[in-house]
Structure formats: C-alpha cells, structure tokens
Design a protein around this ligand. Structure first.
Ligand code: GTR
Length: 354
C-alpha cells in the first residue's frame, strides 16, 4: 500500500495559450515551450554556443586487450573570442564503420570497467568519454572564476547545464568524424552525470538516444512525487546550489507551484529514443518518482505513435552505474539501431500492485 500521495503533474499537451495539441505536427512547438519552462528556471539556462567547435587529434594507439580497439585522444576546442578546450577520448572498434557511439561524460568517476568497455566495443559501438568537471568543477565556485564560467559573462547557468553543454560540444566533433554514424549517437551519465545527460538529450536533437542512470532529483525523478527517503528540492539545493539556476531554490516548499516537473525533460526528448535505468534500492534517487515521470512522458510518445522509443528499466540493488545498467543500454541500442530482438523488457512497472 502506498503511503504517499501522487500529485497531478503539469499537463504536457496544453499550450501556454490554453489550446490543446491536435496532431503530431504540433509537437515541436509544445516541446519548445516545455524547454522554455524548465531549462532557465531549474538549470539557469544553457551556456552559449561557441562560434565554432573543432576536434584536434592528439594521439592514436591500438589497444589489443580491448577488442583491438583504437584509442584516440582528441581535444575539443570551442571558439569564443578565445578558445575553451577539454579532452575527449574515443575507443573505436576495428573495421571501417561508421559506428554508433555511446558518449559518457563521467570520466571523473572512472566507473567504466574494462569489462564494460569491451562489451560496448564487442557490439560494434564507439565508446566516447569526456570529463565533465573540466567544464565546470563539481565544487562550489561562488565567483564563477574557473572552467567555462569566465567565457560566458553575465550568464546564470549552473554546473548541470555546463556539463550538458560539454555533451553538445562532443556531438559537434563526433558528427564530423567519418567513422561515426552521426544518426546513432547515444548519451549516458550516472547520478549527477545522468541529470546532465538527460538535460543534454532533451536540448539537442542531434542526440539519437538519451540515457540516464539513477539520475534522481533534477534528473528522471519527480518533485511532486517524492518516494520514501528520496532527495528533495531542499536537500539538493541546500548541498549543491551551484548545480542549478540562481532562483530554483525559491521553490523549496512550493514544489506544486513549479511550472514543470521532470516529465517535461523526458518529454522534450520525444520523439527520439529515451532510456532511463533505475535501481530499486536507490531510494535517494526516487525510483518511484521516476516511474511517475516515465508514465507521463510515455503519453507523449504514445500520442506521437512511437511508444516503443521510450523505456525504463529497474534492477535490484543500490546507487551504481553497474555492468547490468550498461548492458541494458547496449541491448536497447541494439534493438533500436540494429533491430535485434530485445533481451529486456523496457516498460516494467515494479510498483504495480499485485
Ligand atoms: C548525491 C546527490 C544526488 C546524486 C548523487 C551522485 O550526493 O544528492 O543528487 O547526484 O550525489 O551524483 O552520486
């Protein structure tokens, strides 16, 4: 028996002027409204786009132990009035390609084991990784004097938006590589990295598949549906104010007045592919709330006639970006990109009452 209340989530299908969506052709305009509601207020807006982005190859070597992959170190250079750069690492399977890509921004965590890497490559995908904290450090930087912040004076974006921007700049480079299948790029991240990958995917239509693991509050979670012991707006803004926009904390205790909830972010991915992976024991990341945002966003996919493009997957256990989570994403990619029979069920409701 549930002891908590499910509050109605803001409607995805009604335009700000009160009109209802009639047909799928209306969706791009409503999608933009969703983004306009959530991105500035929650995340402080996105950092500006640079004039140009280029990738500089710095080194290539062969890695036999990892499926005979090529390891390429690349510098991503974003040109403003002066260049801002960070590193992108690619592991490319043997063969001519072009290959699908899994882009992960969590190099700071080093959670990707050799076993996971080998599995990504064995299935014929490129593993691309960058370190999002090169763009915005994961420490409170009250005067915004490090990383990307000084390149964008007068802006209010928080670290999550800066990390999402990092995904976008990697996409600038990846889509120009001849061995990359630019129509099959997936992004993924874990926890705070998953909040960033979800935001990245919601805001960039070049991303074919958006995935986030245990992303919780500010990610796949739900402010109006806080499961037992889940992280709240007060918790997260109290500890990590620099992840968000400057006014987001004003809604502490007034969550029902937020003009959005996290289903807006999920729905903004539609009609593109979306997979969130969750852990039943990771209560802090609000797995029950993630189901609520999934169900709400799935209505949009259903309306657009592409229900199979949104998935959610739950495993037992706690907060981790585990081999099982990665294999689930790879399976979903194989199904969606290569048409292979899916191994997992991507729409199981573990909370359904028997
Ligand atoms: C926690 C934070 C969560 C989640 C997690 C993580 O401390 O409260 O929102 O982001 O860190 O990134 O592992």
């Amino acid at each position: 028996m549930s002891t908590y209340t499910v509050r109605a989530l803001p409607d995805l299908f009604t335009f700000r002027d009160g009109a209802r969506i009639q047909r799928s052709g209306d969706w791009p305009r409503r999608r933009q409204e969703l983004l306009d509601a959530i991105v500035p207020l929650e995340y402080g807006g996105l950092p500006p786009k640079p004039h140009t982005t280029r990738g500089e190859e710095l080194h290539t070597s062969a890695v036999r132990r990892l499926e005979s992959a090529h390891y390429i170190t690349c510098r991503v250079v974003a040109e403003f009035d002066r260049p801002f750069s960070f590193l992108l690492y690619l592991l490319v399977p043997p063969g001519p390609g072009p290959f699908p890509v899994v882009l992960n921004g969590d190099a700071c965590w080093s959670y990707v084991t050799d076993e996971i890497t080998a599995e990504v490559l064995r299935r014929g995908n490129i593993l691309a990784q960058f370190n999002r904290v090169e763009i915005a450090a994961d420490v409170r930087d009250a005067d915004r004097s490090s990383g990307l912040y000084p390149f964008a004076a007068g802006t209010t974006f928080g670290a999550l938006a800066a990390w999402a921007w990092g995904y976008h700049r990697c996409i600038d480079v990846l889509t120009n590589l001849e061995f990359v299948n630019a129509a099959q790029i997936a992004v993924v991240g874990h926890s705070r990295g998953g909040k960033a990958s979800l935001l990245a995917g919601a805001t960039d239509e070049r991303i074919a598949l958006t995935s986030a693991n245990d992303s919780g509050c500010g990610g796949a979670g739900c402010y109006r549906f806080q499961g037992p012991n889940s992280e709240t707006l007060a918790d997260i803004v109290g500890r990590f104010p620099y992840w968000f926009g400057p006014s987001f904390g004003d809604y502490i205790g007034r969550e029902t007045e937020l003009p959005f909830d996290q289903h807006f972010l999920k729905a903004a991915v539609a009609p593109r592919l979306l997979l969130t992976t969750e852990a039943l024991g990771d209560l802090w990341a609000n797995p029950t709330g993630a189901w609520q945002t999934h169900e709400a966003a799935r209505e949009v996919y259903r309306f657009l006639g592409v229900e199979a493009r949104i998935g959610i997957w739950y495993r037992e256990g706690g907060h981790a970006h585990s081999q099982a989570d990665w294999e689930t994403l790879l399976d979903f990619m194989d199904w969606q990109f290569r048409g292979t029979q899916p191994i997992f069920q991507y729409d199981q409701n573990p909370f359904a009452e028997a």
